[in-house]
Design a protein around this ligand. Sequence first.
Ligand code: PMV
Length: 384
Amino acid sequence: MANSVTFATSINMSVIKYWGKRNEELVLPMNGSIGLTMDSEHLCAKTTIEINPEFKEDRIWLNGKEETMQNPRLQNCLREIKKRAQVPQQMVNWKIHIWSENNFPTAAGLASSAAGYACLTTALAKLYKIEGNISGIARFGSGSACRAAHGGFVRWYPGFDDLTGSDCISETIFPASHWPEMRILVVVVNDSKKKVSSIEGMTRTVQTSEFMKYRAEKISPKRIDQMLEAITNKDFEMFAELTNRDSNEMHGVCWAAYPPIFYNNDTTLGIIELIHLYNNAKGGHKVAYTVDAGPNATLFLLEKDVTEFLSILHHHFPIIEEVISEYFKGMPVGNIPAPQELLERIKYPTNKPGKLKYIIYTKVGDGPKQLPDCEAVNLQSQFK
Ligand code: PMV
C-alpha cells in the first residue's frame, strides 16, 4: 500500500470574515464565516507526506527549509488525525516526514497557513484512511484552514458544542460551477512578513475591542444569511456590498482594539478608495474587495468586467515597466487602455509606479486535489 501521498490545496478567501475566537484551545470562532476557495492551478500549497518504519523521527520541511515539529498547531492536527486513524496501529506509530511548499508569499496576509494546514490535513486523512468531513481537524492548524479543506463557496459554522467543538466544521454550500463567471484578483501590495500575527491580533481584539462582541452577536449572523441569499441568487450587487462592508468592519474592530491594530497600508486604502470611485462611475458594484490580516487586497468581479477594471487600476497604480513580464500571474488577462470617459469621471490621483508588486488572476476552485507521485514536492530539498 502507498505510504506517501501528495495533495495541492488553494486558499479560501473569506467574504464574511472570521475574526476572534471564543475558545483558543479548540479554535472555536466567535462568528460563522463564508469564503471562496481559489483554483489550486494558480495559487496553492503542495504537501507530500510519507510514513515509513525506517524513519527515526518526525520531520517537516517548509519551502525547502527544515522547521521544528514542536509547533502546537501542527501537533494538534497530528494528534486529532491519529485518534481517528483507520490503519493498523503499527503504522500509526511510524514516524512521518512532511514536505510542503507554497507558490505564493508566506505570512503576507494571503492565508498561506490556511492552505498549508488544509492541505496537510487532507493528505494525512488520505494516508490514515479517515473518511468524512475533516475540516474540523484542519481547524486545529489554522482557523481559516477549516474552510480551505473544501472547494467552491464554503460556509464555516461556529457550532454549539463548546466542550469538544465537534460541530465546528465547514462545508461546501455551492460548488465552483454554481457561479462560473466569478473571478478573483489577488493584488499583492507588499509581500514582506506581517507585523501582528492573526493569533495575536484576534486575542487583543477579543480582549480590548468594544466592537467585537457587537459584531459577533448582532452583525455577523444577519450578514451570513444575506450573503447566502446573494450567492444563491448570483446577485453580484448584493454580494459586493456585503463583502466590502464585512472587510471594512473586521478592520474597524481591529482599529478599536487597544493598542489599535492596522493591517492596511496606504496602498490598500488607495485601492479601496479607487474601487468605490470606479463602482460609482459605473452606477453599481462591479468590483468587491476584502483584506485579511495584511496589506494585500483580494478583489472579486465578474469575468466581463476584469479587463476594463484592470486598465483603470493600472492607470492609477502603474506597473514598473521592467517587471511587467513577472507581474501577471495565474490566468491570462486582456490589455486595453483605460477608457478616457471613465478616467474623467474617476477623480483619483495617479500613484508613482511600483506600489503593486504583482497580481494573481484566478477563479473559484474545486478544493484539495490529490496529485500523482511524480508531482511530489522535491524530496531532495531536505538534503540542501
Ligand atoms: O486562519 P487564521 O487563524 O490565521 O485566521 C485568519 C483570519 C482571516 O484570514 C483574517 C479572516 C478569514 O476569515 O479567513
